[in-house]
Write a protein of this length. Structure first.
Length: 422
């Protein structure tokens, strides 16, 4: 049997981890104390094994080690030349600081963010897209309430489940986390809104959980625009109220200029903003948005807020394609390491996706990578033209001479018999 036309001299996984800088990763570990008392299982091997486990969607340490044993002959390509035990991996997840993996993610993001933001379709997107930051959080449910304080109660047992909240900021034109913080699920989201980290001209899109008048006023003073959803309980003074209608007499958009007054730490804070209310036809309800921009067209404000869906899509893609229901350790450090490695895996696949000519959905790409991870195939050849082998096989089949059937053999025997009797 001939080799695949996508054949490569190393497994696909070896090509994926080539995007990582081994020397930098070892340096990050040494700086954060991750290489103390380590003989063989350094941070590079640790990361390689954890990435393999996350991409393959393994549920336990037992599955990881069993798979590594089965792929023993291919591990030399990945820099692993010794047998790894469950206890070795479990101890590393418990002891090696999660800050090492945070540094790896941030360096990888900084190295490839220009690739993530480059898009041939960018000329069709609004100019403000590059300045748009989107902030939100997602909660990952845990097995215990001891490590991270949970929120809510189980409807049957009445017990709280533990949960770790992942607070995330993304740039709208990149689609991957640019800033990440971990807290317990009970932590309020608003702490992640930090005006001092933003610059004049930046735009922030967020959910109503981030409403904080003092921070909103700071954003206004720094020249940063924000767009968020209104809370029903907000109290304000209406300065002006304008309603626009369609030719049919239906409400198209309502614009209210308002002022919020709040007393905080003995100081009175005044914040002027604009409420844009429009009708969402699909959801059949009125939606009110709050912004400190007093000049932009209401349609632009609505479009900015709708871009917030990108961060919801990010959370959905990560949870659907990587195993964050089962953890390879019970300590807080082990849980955080697994989340960081999951984010690194997501970032690697997004970088690959940007480098491909063929259009892939993220789920389709993740599935193909998982299936072919330890096969000797060229990454870009396979993913740019996955049908090539089938095209070659079909061409060879159609060009081959017709095979002799049993009926043809029977006809030949009858001809021989006739010639003999004659």
């Amino acid at each position: 049997m001939s080799k695949s036309s996508h054949f490569s001299g190393q497994p696909l996984y070896g090509q994926v981890i080539k995007l990582l800088d081994k020397s930098k990763i070892l340096q990050f570990s040494q700086e954060n104390g991750g290489e103390r008392y380590i003989k063989h299982f350094n941070v590079w091997v640790h990361l390689t094994v954890m990435l393999y486990a996350v991409i393959m969607r393994f549920d336990s340490l037992r599955e990881i080690i069993a798979s590594l044993l089965a792929e023993a002959r291919k591990l030399s390509h990945l820099g692993i030349s010794f047998k790894i035990g469950r206890s070795t991996l479990a101890d590393a997840n418990k002891r090696r600081p999660e800050a090492v993996f945070e540094a790896i993610y941030r360096d990888l993001y900084g190295t490839y963010r220009h690739v993530l933001s480059s898009d041939s379709r960018s000329r069709n997107t609004p100019k403000w897209m590059k300045r748009l930051h989107i902030i939100d959080s997602t909660t990952i449910t845990l097995f215990s309430n001891l490590l991270f304080k949970g929120v809510g109660r189980h409807p049957k047992t009445g017990k709280k489940k533990g949960g770790i909240k992942v607070h995330t900021v993304i740039h709208a034109n990149e689609g991957v986390p640019s800033d990440i913080k971990f807290t317990s699920a009970a932590t309020n989201d608003s702490f992640m809104l930090r005006p001092a980290t933003l610059h004049k001209g930046d735009i922030m899109a967020m959910d109503r959980a981030y409403i904080d008048y003092e921070k909103f006023q700071q954003l206004t003073e720094r020249g940063v625009i924000y767009v968020t959803k209104m809370k029903k309980s907000l109290k304000y003074t209406i300065l002006s109220d304008t309603m626009y209608q369609t030719p049919d007499g239906l409400t198209e958009v309502r614009i209210q200029n308002v002022e919020f007054v709040i007393k905080k730490r003995g100081e009175i804070i005044r914040h002027k903003a604009r409420i844009v209310t429009y009708c969402d036809v699909k959801k059949r309800k009125l939606i009110s948005l709050l912004t400190n921009d007093m000049d932009w067209d209401p349609d632009e404000i609505i479009t900015i807020y709708r871009q917030r869906w990108k961060i919801e899509l990010l959370f959905k893609q990560i949870k659907q394609n990587f195993p964050l229901k089962y953890f390879y350790g019970e300590s807080a450090n082990a849980i955080k390491i697994q989340i960081w490695v999951t984010l690194i895996a997501y970032l690697l696949l997004m970088i690959m996706q940007k480098g491909l000519k063929r259009q892939w959905s993220f789920s389709g790409l993740a599935t193909m990578v998982r299936i072919n991870l330890m096969y000797y195939v060229d990454l870009y050849s396979l993913f740019n033209n996955p049908d090539k082998d089938w095209e070659i096989i079909l061409a060879e089949t159609s060009a081959a001479p017709p095979e002799t059937s049993l009926f043809d053999l029977g006809g030949l025997e009858n001809e021989k018999t006739v010639s003999t009797t004659g």
